[in-house]
Design a protein around this ligand. Structure first.
Ligand SMILES: [Zn+2]
Ligand SMILES: [Zn+2]
Length: 519
C-alpha cells in the first residue's frame, strides 16, 4: 500500500513510513539522521524519543518486516541456486559431470584437429625454408665452381710424356704452376656444404605428446572441495588450556598465533608459563613468565608476545626471550589491546590507560563512565569500549568520547569489519554490525541463548563467532546483514579461532585441541 509522508510529502510504501506518537506518519529515513530525543517534526510542541517510536507496536512490526525482507532478499538468490539441486541431487550431479565430460571430449577432437593443422603447418614451413635455402646453395656452388677448369687439370694428370719431353727445360714447372693456381679452398667450401646438408637431421627423432605441458585443467580443486574435514591434530593437550569456564576468564585470549604459525597459550599446570607449539610437530617450548597466573596474552603487530600477569607485570617476549617489562597499576584488569607502539588497558574500576609499549610510561589515563566489558582499538589513538548498554568511541589522547551507540546490551567482543564498520557479540547472544561513521545499526540477530563471547573478523566480510554453548559459526556479510555459511556445534568447545592458514582451531573445556584443515 502506498501512503504519503506527512512531513516531506513523499509517496512511499507503507512499510517505509513510521508513526510518530502523535499519530503523524513520516518516512523511516527521517529517523536515521536525528538524535534519540527530538522535537516532533510536525507538531513542534512535544519531544519524541526515537527508541520509544521504534518500540510502538505498529512501528516495531514494520521494522521487523523490513529486516525480514532485506535478509530474505540476500538469502533468496542462494535459495534459487540450491533449489534445483536439492530437488534432484543425483540428476544435478550427473548433469554437471556430463557437461564436464562433454567439454573434455570436445577438447579432444578440437585438439586433434588443431594438432594436425599445426603439424602440417610446421612441416610445410620447413620444406619451404629448405627450398629457399636450395636457391642460395645453387648460387653459391655455381659461383665457386665457375673458375675451376677441371678439364685442363685432368688432362695434365692423364698426359703420358716421354723422357725426351720431361728433359725439356721447364717441362714440370708449367705443370706445377697450373696446379698451384687451383683455388683448393673453394673446392673445400663447396664439398663441405654438401657434407653439412647431408648431416642435417632432427634432434629428437621421436615425437612425444606431453599434454600436461600444454593443457592445464585442475580436477583436484573439485576433490579439495568435497574432501571431508580432516583433523590434523587431535592430541589432548590438557596442560595447555585453562580449564576455567570462558565466562570466568573473559578477556583472556586462550590461544594466539605468531606469524610463523606457532601457537601461543598458557599452561594449565603452571599458569605462569607460556607454551609455544607448532600444530604440525607437537614439540612444545615453555617460557616461564611468572610465579603468578598469566591473565592476558596478545601477539602485537610486531609479532611480540605481550603477557600480563596477576602481579601486574607486563612482560613482552620476542623470539622466546624477554625484551621489555614494566609494571602497571594494581587494579584488576578487565581487557587489554595493543597497536603499533602502544599498550591499552581497561581495569575493573573503569580506568583506561594508554602506555608507551617500549618503556611502560603512561601517556594518558581517564575514567570511563560505566563498567567496561570489552575494548578494541579502532584506529590509531581511538578506542571502542563496550559497557553495560553501549559502545563508545574514545580518543585515547584527549580523553574525549567521540561517539556513543546505545545498543542496550553488553558487548563482550568487538572487532573491526571494515574501515567504518564494527561487529560485536553480546551477552544475550546477539551478533550485531554497526556503522561507526554514520552511527547506524546495520544488522542485529539473536543466535544463541548464551553469551556470544568470541566475535572475530578473519577475512574481508567474514566473521567467526563462538557462543558459550559451543556453537561456532562462520558468517558472511551481505546486503541484508550477516548470513551463516558454516555452523558447527560441539558442547565441549569453549574456544575457537580461525588460523592464518584458514584452518579452524577449537579447544574443549577439558583441553582437547583440534585443528580442522577446512573450516
Ligand atoms: Zn518524508
Ligand atoms: Zn507530534
Amino acid at each position: 500500500m502506498l501512503l504519503v509522508c506527512e512531513w516531506c510529502q513523499k509517496i512511499q510504501d507503507d512499510l517505509k513510513l513510521l508513526n510518530l506518537p502523535c499519530g503523524y506518519l513520516i518516512c523511516k529515513d527521517h529517523f536515521d539522521s536525528i538524535t534519540d530525543t527530538f522535537d516532533c517534526f510536525i507538531c513542534k510542541t512535544h519531544p519524541v524519543s526515537k527508541s520509544y517510536c521504534y518500540n510502538m507496536p505498529k512501528n516495531r512490526v514494520k521494522l521487523a518486516e523490513l529486516d525480514f525482507l532485506t535478509i530474505a532478499d540476500s538469502i533468496k538468490t542462494k535459495i534459487d541456486e540450491i533449489l534445483p539441486i536439492k530437488n534432484d541431487p543425483n540428476h544435478a550431479v550427473n548433469e554437471t559431470i556430463s557437461f564436464l565430460i562433454n567439454k573434455i571430449d570436445l577438447k579432444r577432437e578440437l585438439t586433434k584437429l588443431q594438432y594436425n593443422t599445426q603439424i602440417d603447418d610446421y612441416f610445410d614451413k620447413l620444406i619451404q625454408d629448405v627450398k629457399k635455402i636450395k636457391l642460395s646453395v645453387q648460387d653459391y656452388v655455381d659461383m665457386n665452381l665457375s673458375d675451376l677448369n677441371l678439364e685442363i687439370i685432368q688432362t695434365t694428370f692423364s698426359q703420358t710424356s716421354s723422357l725426351t719431353d720431361k728433359l725439356k727445360p721447364g717441362y714440370f714447372d708449367s705443370k706445377i704452376e697450373l696446379l698451384r693456381n687451383i683455388d683448393t679452398n673453394k673446392i673445400d667450401q663447396v664439398v663441405n656444404i654438401f657434407k653439412v646438408i647431408e648431416k642435417i637431421d632432427f634432434e629428437n627423432k621421436e615425437f612425444k605428446f606431453d599434454p600436461n605441458k600444454i593443457f592445464s585443467i585442475n580436477l583436484n580443486q573439485i576433490l579439495d572441495l568435497v574432501k571431508r574435514d580432516e583433523a590434523i591434530e587431535q592430541t589432548p593437550m590438557a596442560k595447555i588450556i585453562p580449564k576455567d569456564n570462558l565466562t570466568k576468564q573473559f578477556g583472556l585470549s586462550y590461544i594466539e598465533e605468531l606469524s610463523n604459525g606457532d601457537l601461543v597459550g598458557v599452561s594449565d599446570l603452571h599458569c605462569g608459563t607460556l607454551i609455544i607449539w607448532n600444530p604440525f610437530n607437537t614439540k612444545l617450548k615453555e617460557i616461564k613468565v611468572s610465579e603468578k597466573k598469566i591473565k592476558f596474552i596478545k601477539v602485537s603487530d610486531n609479532d611480540e608476545i605481550v603477557t600480563v600477569t596477576n602481579d601486574f607485570y607486563v612482560k613482552i617476549y620476542r623470539d622466546e626471550s624477554l625484551v621489555k617489562m614494566f609494571q602497571i597499576s594494581s587494579n584488576r584488569l578487565k581487557a587489554i589491546d595493543t597497536y603499533s607502539n602502544y599498550f591499552v588497558s581497561a581495569d575493573t574500576i573503569m580506568n583506561i590507560t594508554l602506555r608507551d609499549f617500549t618503556n611502560g610510561k603512561i601517556i594518558n589515563t581517564f575514567k570511563a563512565p560505566n563498567f567496561i566489558h570489552s575494548i578494541k582499538v579502532y584506529r590509531n589513538d581511538e578506542l571502542l569500549i563496550g559497557d553495560n548498554e553501549s559502545i563508545c568511541l574514545w580518543n585515547l589522547r584527549t580523553s574525549e568520547c567521540l561517539k556513543e551507540f546505545k545498543i542496550l546490551k553488553r558487548a563482550l567482543s568487538i572487532d573491526l569489519l571494515s574501515e567504518n564498520e564494527i561487529v560485536f557479540g553480546t551477552r544475550d547472544g546477539k551478533i550485531c554490525c554497526w556503522n561507526v561513521n554514520e552511527n547506524k545499526r546495520l544488522s542485529s540477530q539473536t543466535i544463541s541463548k548464551n553469551p556470544l563471547a568470541i566475535c572475530k573478523v578473519y577475512e574481508k566480510n567474514k566473521i567467526f563467532s563462538c557462543s558459550e554453548d559451543g556453537e561456532l559459526r562462520l558468517w558472511e556479510k551481505c546486503k541484508g546483514g550477516l548470513i551463516v555459511s558454516v555452523k558447527r556445534r560441539s558442547k565441549e568447545v569453549c574456544f575457537g579461532k580461525i588460523l592464518k592458514n584458514k584452518s579452524l582451531l577449537t579447544c574443549t573445556k577439558t583441553g582437547l585441541v583440534t585443528i580442522l584443515k577446512k573450516i
